[in-house]
Design a protein around this ligand. Structure first.
Ligand code: HEM
Length: 285
């Protein structure tokens, strides 16, 4: 492969030499110095392309690399050696790339998760999870921070839409019978993803520390308190105290920005890997 590349570049400048010889009669000195510059450039080009740094970046499989002949074997190499191409299989079934089959709902759920991560990081710069500052930080964000209101609303809407997208994705999978063998394991991973999505949504709901959030969490944790046998302990773990307050806010904040995102990313990776291992997207009914 390296040969193809090297030849391509040296041929180009060799031609340049040829033409400069032709006009050497009239302007000897000029064409000589041009030829010398050409030779130096060619040498430098060879040196750079032969360097370890260049070969490490533009190695076979790189999108920038040329010289691959278009053969089934080389196409496989390109896919296998490039992390971005590797996200997709070498061959895809025709129905799997049709938007009308999957409605891209899984991809949409993933996109919304990425959007939530980016907007969430922005919000973290302006929000402190304490009972005294949470609500006022949100007010400051809405009124005094550039794009604060926009980003907060993007985060809120993306959260609602992600719950909807994940649910519709599950319905699509069910409708196509894609939960059946060999995809039953991925269905279970999916159920875990749905649970984590709902948990992320619910823990985020408390963070503005407004009346709506406060009473939603009070009602939610009271319901959990009626769990047989362990009810009291479950409620205590969820509140981090005997009643809703600072400890609850800190606990749910850590779950919302750290633990649940971390766990959901791991399960998403397993989910995508399983799609590939189960032979790609299921076939049409
Ligand atoms: C965070 C949530 C989720 C994300 C980001 C996600 C992402 C994806 C993606 C990108 C695909 C490829 C095909 C497509 O877009 O439909 C897929 C397929 C699949 N997902 Fe999900 N998913 C999620 C939740 C779920 C849930 C809740 C279930 C079911 C309970 C599920 C079960 C499946 C199954 C069985 C497949 C294979 C479908 C087939 O072969 O036709 N996923 N998922």
């Amino acid at each position: 492969m390296a040969k193809g590349n090297g030849n391509g570049s040296s041929n180009g400048s060799a031609n340049g030499n040829g033409s400069s010889n032709g006009s050497a009669n009239g302007n000897g000195n000029g064409s000589k110095s041009r030829a010398r510059v050409g030779a130096v450039l060619e040498k430098t080009d060879e040196k750079i392309r032969g360097s370890q740094a260049w070969l490490a970046i533009f190695r076979p499989g790189s999108v920038y690399r040329r010289g691959y002949t278009d053969s089934p074997r080389n196409r496989s190499y390109v896919i296998m050696n490039n992390v971005l191409y590797h996200l997709h299989p070498v061959k895809v079934k025709r129905h799997a790339v049709k938007v009308s089959y999957t409605l891209c709902l899984g991809g949409l759920s993933f996109f919304l998760f990425m959007l939530l991560t980016v907007t969430g990081i922005f919000l973290m710069f302006f929000y402190r999870p304490t009972a005294t500052s949470a609500w006022s930080d949100i007010q400051t964000l809405e009124t005094a921070v550039a794009f604060g209101s926009l980003v907060r609303n993007m985060h809120r809407w993306a959260a609602h839409l992600m719950v909807l997208a994940v649910f519709l994705h599950m319905c699509r999978v069910f409708y196509h019978g894609a939960y059946k063998s060999p995809r039953e394991f991925n269905w279970v991973i999916g159920v875990i993803l749905l649970t984590l999505t709902l948990l992320l949504s619910f823990t985020g709901y408390l963070l503005p520390w407004d009346q709506l959030a406060l009473w939603a969490v009070t009602v939610g944790t009271n319901m959990m308190g009626y769990t047989p046998v362990f009810g009291g302990s479950v409620k205590y773990v969820l509140l981090g105290s005997k009643e809703i307050g600072n400890d609850t806010l800190l606990r749910w904040y850590v779950l919302h920005v750290l633990l649940f995102p971390f766990v959901i990313v791991i399960f998403m990776a397993v989910h995508f890997w399983r799609v590939r291992k189960d032979g790609g997207i299921s076939g049409p009914l």
